[in-house]
Design a protein around this ligand. Structure first.
Ligand SMILES: [Fe+2]
Length: 287
């Protein structure tokens, strides 16, 4: 019988992996095991701390449901989601950033230029957001599906707020023949990520605040192109330099200008995105 020691524990556990598992699973598990073991050794994790960590994850599970994913919040607070996201970037396409925990499938399908505001809020500023979606060579792409979502002036997304109509401040749009999209929303407000659960505990451990800068979320999809999940940040919002989830990128900052004379919104913002074609897949499929 093999004697398991601090020195060989990683090799012993890795040796237990079946030779039949997919190569990627093996790579993930091997690295995970080696890094977690190294972390425990280097940090001298105590048994009591391990139990505390497990109980913390149980609490994160209990507070999660279909409308709330506490584990995404935890990965955001630790900068993990934004880091994973960066590993994907190659030259040319718009920068992506975190999905966050508030996306909902199947938002209302709306015509170009329509408003996503189902309920008006006192003091909020309306904004017409428009732009062109093109490929990395600058060719506009018609028929791109664009899901947008944002929070209300009270800092809450509709699923967090019983006072808002279902799917308020969400919509799905298509680009026209010139690759143009357009919709009316409101100036997004900074908001604290939910800190009444495990994410709040983690922020307390860190001594960090929960606030995010005002932003509008985008999910942009078109067959033959790499999907883009991103956000536009209001250039004049608070917390641009101190986002609780580290997701701000310079290229994703958009300026909200006063609406021109005759404009039906208080503000306007133009923001273009570039998608990366899945060239390799198209070439393979054509053969
Ligand atoms: Fe958000």
């Amino acid at each position: 019988m093999r004697n398991v020691t601090q020195q060989n524990i990683s090799d012993v556990v890795i040796a237990a992996l079946s030779s039949d598992i997919p190569a990627r699973n093996r790579q993930i598990l091997e690295n995970l095991i080696r890094h977690i073991h190294a972390f425990c050794i280097e940090t001298k994790v105590t048994h009591a701390e391990l139990i505390q960590a497990c109980q913390f994850l149980v609490r994160a599970g209990h507070i999660s449901d279909d409308a709330r994913n506490e584990f995404i919040l935890l990965s955001d607070i630790l900068g993990i989601e934004v880091l994973v996201d960066m590993l994907d970037l190659t030259d040319g396409e718009s920068e992506s950033t975190v999905l966050g925990p508030f996306y909902r499938e199947n938002p209302p399908v709306l015509p170009k230029g329509a408003s996503i505001v189902q309920k008006s809020f006192e003091g909020s500023q309306s904004v017409r957001v428009s732009g062109t979606i093109s490929d990395t060579s600058g060719r506009p792409i018609p028929g791109v599906i664009i899901d947008v979502w944002e929070d209300a002036p009270n800092g809450l997304y509709e699923q967090q707020d019983p006072e808002q109509p279902d799917y308020n401040l969400r919509g799905r749009f298509l680009t026209d023949e010139e690759g143009r999209y357009e919709f009316v929303g409101i100036r997004p407000a900074p908001y604290p990520i939910p800190y009444d659960g495990a994410a709040g505990e983690l922020l307390n451990y860190m001594g960090h605040h929960p606030w995010r800068p005002g932003h509008i979320h985008f999910m942009i999809q078109k067959d033959g192109y790499q999907s883009l999940v991103s956000q536009i940040y209001d250039a004049d919002t608070k917390y641009l330099d101190n986002d609780a989830v580290f997701a701000v990128k310079e290229s994703l900052i958009g300026k909200l200008h006063k609406g021109p004379a005759g404009s039906d919104t208080d503000l306007v913002m133009e923001f273009d995105f570039k998608l990366k074609p899945k060239a390799a897949e198209i070439a393979v499929a054509a053969e």
